[in-house]
Design a protein around this ligand. Structure first.
Ligand SMILES: *[C@@H]1O[C@H](CO)[C@@H](O)[C@H](O)[C@H]1NC(C)=O
Ligand SMILES: CC(=O)N[C@H]1CO[C@H](CO)[C@@H](O)[C@@H]1O
Length: 238
């Protein structure tokens, strides 16, 4: 009796310890801390590490902490989704390597959208620069898949918890734009429509008919819209 009681107690303590440790392992999932002031990414390196190897600072020039990329609006004319993303992650801004931050600018034509997507490696915080954007965030099953949404104007901000699906939609009559920041040098992006209907090779249709509760013809139609290469415009500033 006493033995099984102490076993229960031990199991309880172990469980409590795991619960205490769980939040810290989430914190540790952020980008690692830098070990030096600068580690300008050597984008051409063939060495594969978690991030990029550093260029010798002497070879990096002195411009690696500055960028004008986000000063220019992206061209939204004739884009499939009516928006244009200008990325400023480590691949475009090598100075961000090891620093755990990056940014994007997104421009929207009237009625344009940044389609539902997820950043697997970062929390996002953003600000509307111009126009009126509906920003929507869908909570996970834990929160009852609740849609949190609000129309925001210039100077107003929003927060996207890591890994939650979200979108923006230009509800105004003129161009809109926003800038966002991430707590990762490489937040990653998973577009929900593209992942479901444009993967290469495609997800088998029976998986999608079952998951989406529709006929195969509906799935085939959606797949045809995202056939390889038809989703991204070659003019996209990636
Ligand atoms: C934007 O893209 C359209 C369509 O390709 C093109 O005609 C136009 O010249 C571009 N505008 C700018 C400012 O580059
Ligand atoms: C969020 C998204 O997918 N945006 C894309 C919309 O289409 C334009 C043009 O193809 C791209 O620049 C964006 O990346």
């Amino acid at each position: 009796m006493a033995c099984s009681k102490s076993k229960t107690l031990a199991a309880g303590l172990l469980f409590a310890a795991m619960m205490l440790l769980a939040p810290s392992s989430i914190v540790l999932a952020a980008d690692p801390d830098p070990l030096q002031d600068f580690c300008v990414a050597d984008l051409d390196s063939k060495i594969s590490v978690n991030g990029y190897p550093c260029k010798p600072t002497s070879e990096a020039g002195d411009g690696f902490l500055f960028s004008s990329r986000l000063a220019r609006a992206g061209n939204t004319t004739d884009t499939p989704n009516g928006s244009a993303v200008t990325r400023l992650d480590v691949a475009q801004f090598p100075g961000a390597n090891t620093q755990g931050v990056s940014m994007n600018r997104v421009d929207f034509a009237p009625g344009g959208t940044n389609p539902p997507h997820v950043h697997p490696r970062a929390t996002e915080i953003g600000m509307v620069l111009k126009g009126e954007l509906l920003v929507g965030i869908v909570g996970s099953v834990d929160s009852g898949t609740k849609l949190y949404s609000k129309v925001l104007g210039p100077g107003e901000t929003f927060l996207i918890p890591r890994g939650l699906m979200h979108f923006q939609y230009n509800v105004g009559k003129v161009q809109a734009s926003m800038v966002v920041s991430f707590n990762s040098q490489n937040p990653g992006i998973v577009f929900v429509p593209l992942s479901l209907f444009g993967s290469d090779p495609p997800i088998p249709t029976p998986v999608l008919t079952r998951a989406l509760r529709v006929d195969a013809s509906v799935v085939e139609l959606l797949k045809s819209k995202f056939a390889s290469g038809s989703y991204f415009d070659p003019r996209a500033v990636e």
